[in-house]
Design a protein around this ligand. Structure first.
Ligand SMILES: C[S@@+](CC[C@H](N)C(=O)[O-])C[C@H]1O[C@@H](n2cnc3c(N)ncnc32)[C@H](O)[C@@H]1O
Length: 283
């Protein structure tokens, strides 16, 4: 039997935009806004302690884009990034750290280790962004992590975590699609809510990227998490020793651009179909 004419599937796909793309670069462009995170850290810390925070530990730091913005934002600021994935940290060194001025880069320390290990000086702000602590699926594991986070904070210190929720977030088999870069070389970000088990709140999400030529990076990132709720997280922070656990919600200002968003402490919030907020543990 003769082979079919034309290119083999591997040859055919060799020069697609997906082949040329870098999944970490697409990720950063799609889901990260380090300057915004720093504004939130600064606001929440200032409202707790009435001064500017200078030291940051970024747990689950990935490519440590937030550490990089932190040191750039003030010449007195120091940052520690912690993640257990060597490949992701290396990408951050090659692509984020390398772009900083030497005087800024040297104020960042990156550690390839589990976030549940001590080993950094006590800091003002400990950040765990993009729902990363949801990797811990039991109260025991989360409280253990929060106790370690508490120990990693200075006597005036705050842990800042983002949270998502709303009824849309519990759907299974749905994909939220957003255009990140328009045009011939552009790409779309697909957030797939693949699975949610209401019995134990375990869930699976994927990030895919789709490019202008139709090619895709499928399952670029996969997350197997427990879908925690705000009251559970507040209770666990208090159980771990934090003296307060407060919630910051974005004020619904008509016509406001995202970068002008105002965040404030709330005890009640609108029951939106989908929302993002911050939970802050105050030491
Ligand atoms: C959802 S990503 C978040 C990356 C980044 N913080 C952000 O905001 O986009 C989760 C990261 O946590 C890391 N990770 C997962 N479990 C960890 C653990 N126990 N200790 C340290 N890092 C961990 C993964 O390697 C991955 O880089």
């Amino acid at each position: 039997m003769s082979k079919p004419k034309g290119k083999t599937p591997t040859q055919k796909n060799k020069h697609t935009l997906a082949d040329k793309a870098d999944k970490f670069d697409c990720y950063q462009q799609s889901v990260q806004e380090p300057e915004h995170e720093i504004d939130i850290f600064e606001q929440t810390f200032r409202e707790a302690y009435n001064r500017k925070p200078l030291t940051l530990r970024e747990d689950f730091c990935g490519t440590f884009a937030v550490c990089c913005s932190w040191v750039e934002s003030d010449s007195k600021r120091l940052a520690w990034g912690v993640d257990l994935c060597g490949e992701t940290l290396q990408w951050g060194k090659d692509n984020n750290l390398s772009k900083l001025k030497v005087k800024d880069a040297k104020r960042i320390t990156v550690l390839e280790q589990d976030v549940r290990e001590l080993g950094t000086p006590q800091v003002d702000v400990l950040a765990a962004q993009n729902f990363s602590f949801w990797i811990f699926k039991t109260r025991k594991e989360v409280i253990e992590y929060f106790k370690i986070a508490y120990a990693n904070l200075a006597s005036e210190g705050a842990i800042v975590m983002d949270m998502m929720g709303g009824r849309d977030c519990y759907d299974s088999d749905v994909v939220d699609k957003r255009t990140i870069v328009k045009g011939r070389k552009g790409f779309k970000y697909h957030w797939e809510q693949a699975h949610f088990n209401p019995v134990n709140s375990h869930c699976t999400f994927y990030i895919h990227f789709k490019f202008a030529d139709g090619s895709k990076i499928k399952k670029a990132f996969r997350y197997d998490w427990r879908f925690w709720t705000i009251p559970e997280v507040r209770e666990m922070l208090l159980e771990a020793g934090f003296r307060d656990a407060v919630v910051y919600w974005e004020e619904d200002e008509e016509g406001e651009e995202d970068e002008d968003a105002i965040w404030s402490q709330v005890e009640e919030a609108p029951n939106d179909y989908s929302w993002l907020c911050y939970v802050v543990g105050i030491k």
